[in-house]
Write a protein of this length. Structure first.
Length: 527
């Protein structure tokens, strides 16, 4: 798919001005808490952009956005982009240390923060002159009183008319931070053109999104996956989106589905597993309005794909994307989804699997996945050396291990830093975890490699049991015996440990490195 991208391009003009001009009365946000029309959304974003300018915000200045999914998030993001500033949305549930890191790293002098986050955010203001805009009710304190402004009062006096700054398509528009599952988060720089590329290639080219669609994303807006699903994908065609400003829980999601009747539902495998578990307990989950179910963020186990299709009559379109590529670049197609596969390349993207020397591997061989496309990130914020390792020419090195089958479908085989070599052979944690999920008592699983007394790497499995299952002395042995019937002996974990929960990032990915650290601290005598 060849896209013609004009040299001068401002993402706010394309995703907000254009649809608001064509159909100002159409609903852009169905909820929550209330419906917002395209014309109203444009006016709010224009006021936010003008108000930012009045505070001295200009081209290239970073605006930190610490907000739940909301109309204010949309307005802050598009308002910043429209004046040529750089929006930096981050997790509103992050703790002070992480917020301080984001704030310091991006160098934002203006922060738009929800009142619920203020207790965690205030420590980040020490020793700087950041201007604080607060959304929602929260009393001012001695430390923030002079620099603080109330969102509603702040934008009320600003003009509702705003011409977009003549940004170039390749100008920086926003920075997204990676989840940091293997180290400090990295700021990923994206340009004004990138949202246009992913909306045309994936949302339109694969999903066939249309104006009458209603999208609902479990993943939040601060996450690259959720930003497309819930914000700019629907705006790209004048569709509507459903927002959930609260923490993600199955009962809340089920209620919003029943209320707003989405047609495209986006989630991650962990949430699909939770939906299945709650449905088995009798929770009513009605997906009759949904025409497409989309998954990304982590590999989708075959068992979840099959169980979901059996329970709800819907296939899950699994795919793979990354913060660096902004959205999904390999995906299954409607009506052609294959369990256990991420699908085939999205139109407009090239992918290849390479060995340790960067040479393409043969079909069926495992190697590192690299991707190329117009939405690829410009670089990591203030980290040129890491950028040079993560982007070689136009190719983005994902760090994911993949193989391609004889029919051209791509299969995930694990992260490069999670892969384990046992007895001289590669073992994928994902493969072992998928086998564990086939056991009747296992709800969630994570597999890590740890060194034994001789320094040799062995595998240990951490499992969360299904409700009603009891942790007994025999259950670990039962699970191990189950695995011996499904996996080669070198792939079977030396130990199975039952835990109450698995550590996860805000986007639902299992943090295996924390499990490894936990195991080392306990210093078992043998494994």
């Amino acid at each position: 798919m060849a896209l013609e991208i004009p040299a001068q391009f401002n993402l706010a003009s394309w995703f907000l001005d254009r649809p608001a001009r064509e159909h100002p009365e159409r609903v852009a946000i169905l909820g929550e808490p209330e419906a917002v029309r395209y014309g109203e959304l444009l006016e709010l974003a224009n006021r936010a952009g003008n108000a930012l300018r009045e505070l001295g915000c200009g081209v290239g200045h970073r605006v930190l956005i610490v907000l739940p999914d909301s109309v204010e998030f949309f307005a802050a993001f598009f308002g910043a982009a429209k004046i040529g500033a750089v929006a930096v949305p981050v997790n509103p549930l992050a703790k002070s240390a992480d917020l301080a890191y984001y704030h310091s790293d991006c160098g934002a002098r203006i922060a738009i923060v929800h009142s619920s986050v203020i207790p965690e955010f205030l420590p980040t203001l020490d020793g700087n002159e950041t201007k604080l805009i607060v959304v929602g009710d929260s009393p001012a304190s001695a430390s923030d009183g002079e620099r603080r402004r109330d969102w509603n009062k702040w934008i009320r006096s600003a003009s509702a008319e705003l011409a977009a700054h003549p940004t170039a398509a390749h100008d920086a528009a926003f920075v997204l931070y990676t989840s940091g599952s293997s180290g400090r988060p990295k700021g990923v720089i994206h340009q004004h053109k990138d949202m246009y590329v992913t909306s045309q290639c994936f949302a339109l080219g694969v999903l066939g999104i249309r104006p009458e669609d209603r999208t609902f994303s479990v993943s939040k807006l601060f996450f690259a996956y959720g930003l497309g699903n819930a914000m700019y994908f629907p705006l790209s065609v004048g569709a509507s989106t459903i927002l959930n400003p609260e923490r993600t829980k199955v009962d809340k999601v089920a209620a919003l589905i029943a209320k707003h009747r989405p047609t495209i539902f986006f989630a991650v495998p962990t949430f699909f597993a939770a939906m299945l578990q709650e449905a088995s307990r009798g929770m009513p989950i009605d997906l009759a309005s949904v025409r497409l179910v989309v998954s990304a963020g982590e590999p989708l186990p075959e068992d979840i794909f099959t169980q979901f299709q059996d329970r709800f009559g819907l296939e899950i379109l699994d795919g793979i994307g990354s913060t660096e590529m902004l959205q999904t670049f390999i995906s299954n197609r409607p009506g052609e989804a294959r369990a256990g596969s991420c699908g085939v390349p999205v139109p407009g993207y090239e992918v290849r699997i390479v060995d340790e020397n960067g040479e393409p591997v043969l079909a069926g061989e495992v190697g590192t996945l690299c991707a190329k496309g117009e939405s690829a990130f410009a670089g990591y914020w203030k980290q040129p050396e890491m950028t040079a390792r993560g982007k070689i020419g136009q190719w983005v090195v994902t760090g994911d291990k993949f193989f391609q089958d004889a029919e051209g479908y791509f299969h995930y085989y694990g992260r490069a830093d999670d892969m384990m070599k046992i007895s001289g052979m590669w073992v994928s944690p994902g493969e072992v975890e998928n086998a564990l999920l086939g056991h009747q008592h296992v709800a969630e699983a994570a597999v890590v490699g740890v060194a034994d007394a001789s320094g040799l790497l062995k595998t240990v499995a951490f499992v969360v049991l299904r409700e009603g299952s009891h942790s007994t002395g025999e259950i670990a042995a039962e699970i191990q015996e189950f695995l011996r019937g499904r996996l080669a002996s070198y792939k079977c974990p030396r130990q199975v440990r039952v835990v109450a929960e698995l550590p996860k990032t805000a986007t639902g990915k299992i943090q295996r490195f924390l499990l490894r650290e936990q195991f080392r601290r306990e210093r078992p005598e043998s494994i």
